[in-house]
Design a protein around this ligand. Structure first.
Ligand code: ZN
Ligand code: ZN
Length: 363
């Protein structure tokens, strides 16, 4: 089937996005989606700023939601039929289901033939491969979930990258009720980690960030204590965390700021037997220096996790549906731009004064 699609092409750092209308031949094996809303994720900013490489021209955008745009024989991950007009979200990658990573290693997000939306060269059958476009084609091996009626597009949109990544990381490192956590970074991942851990029995949810506004925001998402390292030293934060934990230090540290000092700080603040999860370093050469003596003598578990197992998307979506009255997820989306203004949207997002800036291709 041939359709006319409006796409935004990224040609490389320092070059504005090109927005154009092109004819695209869709393939019957894929699921065609009309994109309703897409948000600019921190990793899109890494790509645009040149911190992370990209195969260009590329349609960026992987945090997105939309509606089924053409009949498909595929079903949702929970087995329901996908009808035209259904509101859906999907895993940000497609995996084969048969390779060693997909089967024995339980890491489908690192599949041998992994396809990641918003990260590939836009050409041929991958022309519609990113969220900053009127349409996106979902490949077989992508997990597709219906968005519950009560959940708005704004509440759902960052879930398929930020929230699912957090839920998967926390499931990997393990969570235990009544533990204390410190979260390094109060951006989207930090916000999701705070409310998720709070609802999973964490009574002490401390958050560290240099952005005072974000620290205020995260208090509405379950943070019990906040610290600004521009105002409070690492040692002072350590003392405060020890006071909150009967002198132990924190059981769990979560690095989601991408700042390389985060890992070292979390090891310093860790209790004996503590666990440190890192999700933030999604750009190369994130070299850092840690006192490894502390990792050994405190028996600290250090764990990195990339992408997510697709089932984490279902869990995250269910969490938003259940707790949307308690946490104002929809308010995390700041200004929304039409696709023609994608350059303005990225300029705004670079200023980092909003948690998420959105692009609405239909407007
Ligand atoms: Zn992302
Ligand atoms: Zn595979």
């Amino acid at each position: 089937m041939q359709i006319s699609a409006q796409i935004s092409r990224f040609h490389g750092t320092g070059t504005p996005f090109e927005v154009c209308e092109i004819p695209v031949e869709t393939t019957p094996e894929s699921t065609l989606i009309r994109v309703s809303l897409a948000t600019i994720c921190g990793s899109d900013l890494h790509t645009v700023s040149g911190r992370r490489g990209a195969d260009t021209p590329c349609v960026l955008g992987h945090e997105a939601v939309g509606t089924i745009a053409a009949p498909t024989h595929l079903r949702s991950t929970t087995g329901e039929p996908l009808n035209e007009g259904d509101r859906v979200t999907w895993s940000l990658m497609a995996s084969c289901g048969t390779c060693d990573y997909c089967t024995h290693r339980n890491l489908p997000q690192k599949c041998d033939t992994l396809f990641k939306y918003g990260h590939v060269r836009s050409e041929g059958t991958n022309t519609l491969s990113g969220g900053f476009a009127s349409h996106i084609e979902l490949h077989p091996g992508t997990a597709i979930y219906h968005i519950p009626d009560s959940v708005t597009d704004g509440e759902a949109v960052p879930v398929n990258c930020a929230f699912a990544t957090v839920v998967n990381g926390l499931a990997t490192i393990g969570t235990h009720p009544n533990e204390a956590v410190v979260i390094h970074g109060a951006g989207m991942l930090g916000i999701y980690a705070a409310c998720y851990l709070r609802e999973n029995g964490y009574n002490t949810v401390a958050v560290v960030d240099i952005n005072e506004e974000r620290l205020q925001t995260i208090k509405r998402f379950g943070a019990t204590h906040t610290f600004n390292p521009d105002k409070t030293s690492v040692e002072e934060i350590d003392a405060a965390l020890k006071q909150l934990t009967n002198g132990r230090g924190v059981d769990l540290g979560v690095e989601v700021s991408g700042a390389t000092i985060g890992l070292s700080n979390l090891v310093t603040w860790s209790a004996i037997g503590g666990r440190v999860l890192t999700l933030g370093y999604v750009y190369p050469n994130a070299h850092t220096s840690i006192d490894a003596h502390q990792i050994v003598t405190k028996c600290v578990t250090l764990r990195g996790v990339h992408n997510y197992h697709y089932t984490a998307l279902g869990t995250s979506l269910g969490f938003v549906e259940k707790h949307r009255e308690r946490y104002p997820f929809g308010e995390l989306i700041g200004q929304t731009y039409p696709l023609e203004d994608i350059n303005k949207a990225f300029e705004h997002s670079m200023r980092q004064n909003e948690i998420r800036i959105a692009v609405a291709p239909g407007e």
